[in-house]
Design a protein around this ligand. Sequence first.
Ligand SMILES: Nc1nc2c(ncn2[C@@H]2O[C@H](COP(=O)(O)OP(=O)(O)OP(=O)(O)O)[C@@H](O)[C@H]2O)c(=O)[nH]1
Ligand SMILES: [Mg+2]
Length: 453
Amino acid sequence: MPKKTTQAIEQQESICALATPAGKGALAIVRLSGKDAHAIAKIITHKPLTPRKAHYTNFYDCDDGVIDQGLAIYFQTPASFTGEDVIEFHCHGNPLVADLLLKTLCSLGARLATPGEFSLRAFLNNKIDLTQAEAIADLINSTTEQAVRTATRSMQGAFSRRVEEVLAQLTQVRMHIEAHLDFPDEEIDRQQCEQLASLLRLLSNYLNELLQQAKLGERLQTGATIAIAGKPNVGKSSLLNVMAQSDVAIVTEIPGTTRDPLSADIEIQGIAVRLIDTAGLRDTKDIVEAKGIERAQQALAQADLILWLTDVSSEDSQLAPKDIDATKIIYVHNKIDLHKEIKFNDRENIYISAKNQLGIDELIQHLEQRLSRTNTAHEQADTPFLARSRHVIALQHALDSIRSAQQRLSNSLELELVAEDLRLAQQSLGEITGEFTPDDLLGKIFSEFCIGK
Ligand SMILES: Nc1nc2c(ncn2[C@@H]2O[C@H](COP(=O)(O)OP(=O)(O)OP(=O)(O)O)[C@@H](O)[C@H]2O)c(=O)[nH]1
Ligand SMILES: [Mg+2]
């Protein structure tokens, strides 16, 4: 791919946008970036700006009318966020003031930035790599404290550095192999072969560890969905209300009360969790209830975990239907207040009373363990970085290629094919940092940013 060149033409224009949220506040910041930024700023402020100095100044429109007064700060290229000349105008936080300022900037030759365009320019100008750009968006969108901390680490390059380390090791191995390919007459001896095999083993172990951490980082970024399911009237909505600590759902003694899936957002050990209460599953002739059950089944298919709720006082079968993925199910037995016999929790069964709020803490603890199960090796440690599903996929592809290279090396010594596998692994890793990322993917990633970022 023509690395970082195709969008160079669009970079000629200066861009501007409101960097703070729209609406009223004490302050608003309008950001301007591009090669004409300083020239435009001089017209607005009626003075040249010294880099990195806060200038207290009037902001003038094109007819020399004063729009507002505030601070103008000039970040001279290349020492700025985008790598271009950047000016920040700190004005009063009235959307009309910011609008007037933006209109003036546009009439002086700038144009409004598209979503993520400042970060895209920072990426194209090598100020940040792709994972760092993504981490900025993730930091802004993080919904838990832990996600904020890990996004910050990714933004500061924690993830990219790890990927670069693997890439450096990979390059070493490739150099060894390419050297042999250049001299096809010289047979590779056993000792050299063992050396290569051991390098590949190290690489695949390291990559596997990185993949596991990325999976956990992804979970922090996307959060988890937990559905509450079961037969009608077992207490699903009551459980949702207890866990959400709010009367989200209607609870009645009439079976079939809940129709549409209902959700509540909670946090379990730093992970954002969306809890979904669903319609009780049963055969029904009621069209509305049947539609609700259809939606419940869709929600169950998409959930990461399912709390299959049962009523311990009922004689009915307590088993979840076979068509539900059993690996996602946790059996939660409700209404223990109606049952004399005391039962104890184990790995698959939790006993509670939603109505009397018994066993809820134990249920949450159990969920904590389930949600961080992928993390057994690092259970005590903080997640080192935030990741996205595209990172996890690329790491998996790289690992598959390395494993294939190991296989080929041990089977047949087909060095050309080993070299090709390693080239593919390198390409997958390069996609993560943005070295080999196709333009349409870049467009998609940056378009999900908000305007002004
Ligand atoms: N004794 C007792 N009753 C409970 C408990 N949990 C829920 N109930 C009662 O069981 C009835 C049904 O509760 P819901 O929470 O509406 O049950 P549901 O599973 O959402 O029912 P549908 O939406 O109809 O499928 C209500 O009368 C609740 O008060 C419990 O722990 N103990
Ligand atoms: Mg209900």
